[in-house]
Design a binder for this molecule. Structure first.
Ligand SMILES: [Mn+2]
Length: 396
């Protein structure tokens, strides 16, 4: 079995830092009887890949270790479900109401593709001894909060957590097989959209090094899985509800964005917005990640620089935002809108949030969803814009 070699331009310092991290992990986990690798809720391919790789890595470092892989929420998207079925069929889905008892059974927890201060994982809901959170490996922008895992490896510049796990696997001189390579490769590919966004040299290294060992048959099964009818119904609902709003004078918006950047802190407004903002509403989603799938699709429309999808899943509102500019600060916008009513996070170009409304009636949730639209438009400097329905538009 082959091993991944670290990038050739890796400095001796970085190399030994990586080796130290592996040594630290081995030491910290050495006396733990029951370890849980915890992905964020509603795991995406990057989280699944990183979770799977970390579980394998721990077994490599400590062959006698008992390591479970788990997550909250649900794996929804057909591609992600297939990936999970084929690669991590044993992964444990832990319902929120059982999290406190279920997680208390583990004497060590390791977070992947998220971090302690983020609101999108089960630890956020419960009291769990912070010193037993051994590792957080993540590439999402850090919070101001000081809560840190014992090993806090958060590198927001990197495109995927799978990239960081590829580095771990190489540092640990662990052998790699085609299943592990395929998982990590798909994680990097999906979070960086095939190295087209949010990519560093380390991502390019991981992508190229892993590609040599990918099981193309397995990758095809995941990427080209047949889609359920509910997917097409969801897309149809989304298209019918989609409204396009024209951004305010784009030159002025750019100038304003620059001023805001100079001031270094702003409460929204003046975000780079050119062409149109697409807003889609889904009043009854079958799965929470339908919102991000729709937002991804809408951002591909010509002249659309922001795609926002707002949906209702069970008792909560789900927000997904995509932007086409690297400096768009989508994460900050979603955080500002969600505030203390829920959880939110994300990067410049991709962000998401949840607003829990367990006591609201279905009609109230729909009203709340509608009420979010003008707030987003306001933040994007298009508060005055009149929307036009996508499907009624006669145009290019
Ligand atoms: Mn990720």
């Amino acid at each position: 079995m082959p091993q991944l070699s670290l990038p050739v331009d890796f400095s001796a310092q970085r190399k030994s830092a990586g080796e130290r991290r592996m040594q630290q992990l081995r030491t910290l986990l050495g006396d733990r009887r029951n370890t849980l690798v915890l992905m964020h809720n509603d795991p995406d391919p990057d989280a699944i890949a990183a979770g799977y790789a970390l579980q394998r890595l721990i077994r490599h470092l400590l062959p006698a270790a008992s390591v479970t892989l788990g997550h909250g929420g649900m794996i929804g998207r057909a591609e992600n479900r297939t990936m999970a079925q084929l690669l991590v069929p044993h992964a444990l889905r832990i319902p929120t109401f059982e999290a406190a008892t279920a997680l208390a059974a583990y004497d060590a927890i390791l977070l992947v593709d998220t971090q302690l201060s983020a609101g999108n994982h089960l630890l956020y809901e419960i009291d769990y001894p912070q010193e037993q959170v051994i590792l957080a490996v993540d590439h999402h922008p850090p919070r101001r909060s000081q809560i840190r895992a014992v090993i806090h490896d958060v590198r927001p510049e990197v495109g995927a957590t799978a990239t960081l796990l590829a580095e771990y696997v190489a540092s640990a001189e662990m052998e790699i097989d085609d299943r592990l390579a395929t998982a990590l490769f798909y994680g990097v590919k999906s979070d960086t959209r095939g190295l087209s966004r949010h990519t560093t040299d380390l991502d390019i290294w991981a992508y190229s090094a892993l590609r040599n060992y990918v099981d193309t048959e397995l990758l095809n099964q995941i990427e080209h899985v047949q889609l359920p009818r509910s997917y097409f119904r969801g897309i149809s609902d989304a298209l019918m509800s989609t409204m396009l709003y024209r951004c305010a004078d784009s030159k002025r918006a750019d100038r304003k964005a620059k001023e805001d950047d100079d001031q270094n802190e702003t409460n929204g407004g003046g975000q780079p917005c050119t062409g149109y903002i697409s807003v889609s509403l889904l009043f009854q989603m079958q799965r929470p990640d339908m919102a991000s799938e729709v937002a991804d699709l809408m951002l591909r429309m010509e002249d659309v620089s922001w795609a926002i999808c707002l949906g209702i899943f069970e008792d909560r509102l789900v927000i997904s935002v995509r932007a086409d500019r690297a400096n768009a600060q989508a994460g900050r916008i979603v955080r500002a809108i969600v505030g203390k009513n829920g959880t939110a996070g994300g990067h410049d170009t991709m962000a998401g949030g949840r607003i829990h409304a367990p006591n609201a009636s279905p009609a109230q949730r729909i009203a709340e969803l509608h009420a979010l639209v003008p707030r987003f438009l306001q933040m994007l400097g298009a508060g005055e814009a009149a929307g036009m329905p996508l499907l009624d538009t006669i145009g290019p």
